[in-house]
Design a protein around this ligand. Structure first.
Ligand code: SF4
Length: 264
């Protein structure tokens, strides 16, 4: 993997998620190469060959947060903060150190067990939380859609270790792939180690987008009977498939007193 430098781009950026004003991507590009990733629609480099890191990262991040009051910063919006290069470059760890020293906290989303390396820093920031995302219950299917990401086993083990250390945890089941993702079985797997479980549907915007083209090609090769169904379901939040699944999960939530955040 070639790692290039990025000199002038802002590190701290506005965040559109609930409860967060700002987000930081320590890397530009993501080695996990999930074929459904929305960030693939706006890539600047070939993520399979090159990612970028910010030059003078600590100095610039410290300056950029200096005008803010302490708050929780989201990490994991357009790239995974714990992708393989983090073992070498430690950009995410450096960002967490800056936050901890400045009275900030971080809400981190990852697919990697490497996140447990930084438990010491999360412990210093009690407002922090750590989540893992997953979307497939079978390893073989997972590998079709998430080329280089770590296994579910690694992610769930990370959740377990974080929870035992007293760090607030969450799971993001995303994207729910119609007729492929078994949401209920994934909830059962992660619920013991997650304070909250978020569930987001597969949401495609345009047939021209790279992520849709990737998904369509995987379906054509492996689940041919699903391609036409996806053309209808993945582009419409009103489709009966989502309504029925939503209802089923709401029933499960009240029956088992689960803390689910259903966004289907
Ligand atoms: S880990 Fe997240 S950011 Fe990275 S490719 Fe997968 S979905 Fe995209």
């Amino acid at each position: 993997m070639k790692v290039g430098k990025c000199f002038h781009r802002k590190i701290l950026n506005p965040c559109s998620l609930e409860a967060h004003n700002y987000q930081v991507d320590p890397y530009i590009g993501c080695e996990h190469l999930c074929h459904y990733c929305y960030a693939l629609n706006k890539v600047e480099t070939d993520w399979g060959k090159e990612i970028l890191i910010h030059e003078n990262f600590v100095k610039r991040l410290t300056e950029e947060i200096s005008s803010l009051n302490s708050e929780d910063i989201y990490m994991g919006m357009n790239s995974d903060p714990y992708q393989a290069s983090e073992r070498t470059f430690k950009q995410t760890r450096k960002a967490l150190e800056v936050f901890a020293q400045s009275g900030f906290s971080a809400s981190v989303l990852t697919k990697s067990g490497l996140v447990t390396r930084d438990i010491d820093l999360f412990e210093k920031m009690p407002e922090s939380s750590v989540g893992v995302s997953l979307a497939f219950q079978e390893e073989q299917t997972r590998q079709l859609f998430e080329k280089n990401a770590p296994s579910n086993e690694e992610r769930i083990d990370a959740l377990r270790r974080l929870k035992s250390a007293g760090i607030p945890t969450y799971t993001l089941i995303c994207p729910v792939m119609p007729f492929i993702t078994d949401v209920e079985s994934l909830i059962e797997l992660v619920a013991p180690y997650s304070n909250k479980v978020w569930i987001y549907r597969l949401e495609m915007k345009s047939t021209e987008d790279q992520n849709w083209q990737n998904i369509e090609s995987i379906l054509n090769q492996n689940f041919q009977e699903l391609t036409e169904k996806y053309r209808k379901i993945a582009f419409s939040g009103d489709h009966p498939y989502w309504r029925q699944l939503r209802q089923k999960l709401e029933e499960l939530q009240s029956k088992k007193y689960l803390n689910l955040q259903i966004r289907l």
